[in-house]
Structure formats: structure tokens, C-alpha cells
Design a protein around this ligand. Structure first.
Ligand code: NAD
Length: 439
């Protein structure tokens, strides 16, 4: 897969862990996790039960078949989903994931997360998500391009720059966004604002590629004083060294923090003296190396990664990676959820009991959608801001988000996750009621 940035293959449930129960993904689904948090917040807010379903289930679900001709002349059929969860606060917004384990329930969960995430960050969008059950590692560039274009052909009717705007997620990047934009343009005329996360050369935004990782670091900086951490003495572990993980690692390193363990779908390494994130990016993405070959670090198993004593653990891979079989192993003060739904609800309780501060995905990885919002605004105006301005605006929004949630959590004696869900549900219910959705 040719990429402007880098190519990664996200492995499936089980990942690098083989039979190791520590490293397997949780059996509980991402949808159950999101609905558990939603229901808890809904009950505590005391909203009437008869309108719960409006916010619990998606507004629209599109399932499509994507047949492609492979380079050897055979035909393969993939399945794609675009799920629009709630559009009360603005056009639907959310990434597109390419992964062999994508299924409709995972996309439903991720679409619902986008509704709450755009609301908590205060950007004028609803929530959506897309996915195709394809493994990019099985395809060459031409085949992958056919999948991306085929997906756009099938879903373009429900998209639009004021209807629904896709973005990158696991195994999709600026190159895939360029194909999606181009295909939409063939059908509807040139429309840069139809997707975000595009290459800079195609009206992408400065700062978008790094924004999710940068947002995780902003959140860490705001939360650090609550557990007595200072950035330049912080030792951290990253699970998943793709877009989110590799950027947050580099930005943390820029603050003087030390990465002491890291994994991807193929391996894991550890060095208590520090692993240079910049050098690791070069090794993986420019020199074609593998994680476990990285010099000056010891290869470990995916399960061992959970047991490295550290200050901050950043899950930045897939959902369901922290669960009842490994949560107790984590030896850290803080978990900052770069990934979506990385922690199951039973693992959440275990970590809370251990006194670990969790900065939940809703806010921790919101930097991506905030920078996507900036890209969309620039596209609609055919205007461009420089990276300094983007990062400064991003920091402003994410700091405000953190403090709104933190104040509510302190006031109500809640976790950040419960407070974040409650505030975002209030905002979405308010917008829906004001529009007259239940009349
Ligand atoms: P990516 O495809 O760029 O990277 C995923 C990384 O996870 C890769 O390094 C892959 O090898 C690794 N991985 C996969 N399975 C693993 C396993 N079992 N163990 C360890 N590592 C594993 O994807 P990304 O865009 O960085 O997304 C990562 C997470 O962040 C996802 O949960 C995604 O939904 C979430 N997220 C991404 C964005 C964004 O802007 N890209 C925004 C918000 C949230």
C-alpha cells in the first residue's frame, strides 16, 4: 500500500499475542462497551426512557458489496458499511476503517462514539463511521485503490460536504482519502470538503496527520498534575505504532518524556533506557525494518507489554485491548486512550480500583476530528491556515474540553469517562429536542 505517510497492517483479534490471553482482544464487543457507558450516563441523567432508543441506535445504516478484480484476474468481494448515528448537531462525521475484522457492530459502536466525541469537543458535527472488511496487506496498490473507489461509488449517495464527511482511521491514510475524494468528484464534481485527512497537495490541512497523537499529548499535559506527573520525567508505553501511536510518541519525546515500550501488530520491544521514537519511525517506514529488529531494544511478547512499569500507558491500536485478563497487570498512573474503545467496562472498573486515571477515548483522541473540522472549514472557504495556527487552535479546543469534563467529574465525583458521556449526551439531546426531533 503506497502511502504519503506510512503503511501499517493492523492485525486482528489476538494480534501478536497468539494464544496469550493477555494480548488477545476482549470477547466483549465494542458495541457492548459503548452501550454500557451510554446507558449508565443516560440513567444518571434521568432522561425519559421512551427517547433513549433515538440516541442508542443509528439513524441510518448502509451495507454494500464491493467486488473487485484482483491483479491475477480473479474476483474478490468485500463488504462495506457507512453508519450515520446521529446528525442533530451537524453533518455526520467519522473515519473509514479497512480491517479484515470490520463488521457492522464494530462500525455501529464507532459511529456512536463519533456522536459523543464531536459533541464533547464542541465541533458542529454528528457522528458516523465507515468500514470495509479488507486487509490492505493482502492487496497491491491498484487493488486497494479499486476497493476505495468501489466503496465510494456505493456510498456516495448518503455523503456530501453538508451531509456526511469521511476521514482516515485504521489502515486508511491520506492516499486512501485522495482516492475517495477523486471518486466522489467523478460522480458529483470536484469537492475537496467531502473527506478530511487528505494530502497537503489536495487541500489537506497542515497538522491533520499528527493531530490525533498531538491531542493525546495535550490531554496528557492537562491531566498530568492530577497524578503528580511532569512531562520530562514521564516514562510511557505505546500499544500500536501507527498514525496515532507514532505521532504521540514523537510529540511526547519532544517534551522530554521517555518511551520505554512499544508494540505494533507484529511485535513488541522494550528498553528501560528509552526507545527513540523518531528513529523507530525511520526504521519502520523509511528503511523497511520490523519492530523487533529495532536496535538497542529487547524484543518482548505482546502480552509482556502490559507488565512494563511506567507512568502512562497509551493504547493506540484497536478496541478491546485492555480487558479483564490484563487490566490488573498494568502498572501505571494514567491511561490515555488514543484508540477507540480500548478498555472494556470490567477493565475500566479494575483500573479505577487500582487508582489509575483514565483519560477516555471520547476526549483523548478527539484531536483528529477537531483538525478534520479545521480542514473542512478551510476547504469550504478555499483558504489555508499554517500549522502553527492549526496546532494553537487545536490546543485551545482540547484544553477547554479537558477542563469542562474535569470540572464536571470533580463536581459530581465521577470519572472523566462518565462526565464526558453525560456532557455529550446532554448536548446531543438538547440539539435534537430544539430541532423538534421528538415532536
Ligand atoms: P493505523 O492503522 O495507522 O495504526 C494502527 C496500529 O496499531 C498499527 O501500528 C498496527 O500495527 C497496530 N496494531 C494493530 N493490532 C495490534 C495489536 N493487536 N497489538 C498491537 N498493535 C496493534 O491506525 P490509527 O489511525 O493510528 O488508529 C489507531 C486507533 O486510534 C484506532 O482505534 C482508531 O480508531 C483510533 N483513532 C484514530 C484517529 C486518526 O485520526 N487516525 C482518530 C481517532 C481515533
Amino acid at each position: 500500500m503506497a502511502t504519503e505517510t506510512h503503511s501499517t497492517r493492523a492485525d486482528g483479534r489476538g494480534g501478536t499475542g497468539g494464544d496469550d490471553p493477555r494480548a488477545a482482544r476482549a470477547k466483549v464487543s465494542d458495541l457492548d462497551v459503548v452501550r454500557h457507558h451510554f446507558d449508565r450516563a443516560w440513567d444518571s441523567l434521568g432522561y425519559p426512557d421512551d427517547i433513549r432508543q433515538i440516541f442508542w441506535e443509528p439513524y441510518r445504516e448502509v451495507t454494500v458489496q464491493i467486488p473487485i478484480k484482483t491483479s491475477d484476474g480473479t474476483t474478490r468481494v468485500y463488504h462495506g458499511y457507512r453508519i450515520q448515528h446521529n446528525g442533530a448537531r451537524g453533518p455526520y462525521k467519522g473515519g473509514v476503517r479497512f480491517h479484515p475484522e470490520v463488521d457492522i457492530d464494530e462500525v455501529r459502536a464507532l459511529a456512536s462514539m463519533m456522536t459523543w466525541k464531536t459533541a464533547i469537543a464542541g465541533v458542529p458535527y454528528g457522528g458516523a463511521k465507515g468500514g470495509v472488511d479488507v486487509d490492505p496487506a493482502d492487496l497491491d496498490d491498484a487493488e486497494l485503490q479499486r476497493v476505495a473507489r468501489g466503496f465510494m461509488d456505493k456510498i456516495s449517495k448518503v455523503l456530501g460536504p453538508t451531509r456526511d464527511i469521511p476521514a482516515p482511521d485504521v489502515n486508511t491514510n491520506s492516499q486512501v482519502m485522495a482516492w475517495l475524494m477523486d471518486q466522489y468528484g467523478k460522480l458529483h464534481g470536484h469537492t475537496p470538503a467531502i473527506v478530511t485527512g487528505k494530502p497537503i497537495s489536495l487541500e489537506g490541512s497542515y497538522g491533520r496527520e499528527a493531530a490525533t497523537g498531538r491531542g493525546c499529548v495535550f490531554m496528557f499535559q492537562e491531566a498530568a498534575p492530577k497524578v503528580g506527573l511532569v512531562p520530562d520525567e514521564t516514562r510511557f508505553v505505546v500499544q500500536g505504532f501507527g498514525n496515532v501511536g507514532s505521532w504521540l510518541a514523537r510529540i511526547m519525546q519532544g517534551l522530554g518524556a521517555t518511551m520505554i515500550g512499544v508494540s505494533d501488530a507484529f511485535g513488541a520491544i522494550r528498553n528501560d533506557a528509552g526507545i527513540d521514537a523518531q528513529a523507530l519511525v525511520r526504521h519502520l517506514h523509511h528503511e523497511g525494518g520490523k519492530l523487533e529488529d529495532f536496535p538497542a531494544a529487547e524484543p518482548i511478547s505482546a502480552g509482556d507489554l502490559y507488565e512494563i512499569p511506567c507512568d502512562v500507558f497509551f493504547p493506540a491500536a484497536l478496541g478491546g485491548m485492555i480487558h479483564a485478563d490484563n487490566a490488573d497487570l498494568l502498572d501505571c498512573k494514567m491511561v490515555v486512550e488514543g484508540a477507540n474503545n480500548p478498555t472494556t467496562f470490567d477493565a475500566d472498573d479494575i483500573l479505577i480500583d487500582k487508582g489509575v486515571l483514565i483519560v477516555p477515548d471520547l476526549m483523548a483522541n478527539a484531536g483528529g476530528v477537531v483538525a478534520s473540522y479545521f480542514e473542512w472549514v478551510q476547504n469550504l472557504q478555499h483558504f489555508r491556515w499554517d500549522e502553527k495556527e492549526i496546532n494553537s487552535k487545536l490546543g485551545h479546543i482540547l484544553r477547554r474540553t479537558f477542563h469542562e469534563v474535569d470540572q464536571r467529574a470533580d463536581h459530581e465525583q465521577q470519572t472523566l469517562r462518565t462526565a464526558a458521556f453525560e456532557i455529550s449526551i446532554e448536548r446531543v439531546v438538547d440539539a435534537s429536542r430544539t430541532r423538534g426531533y421528538f415532536d
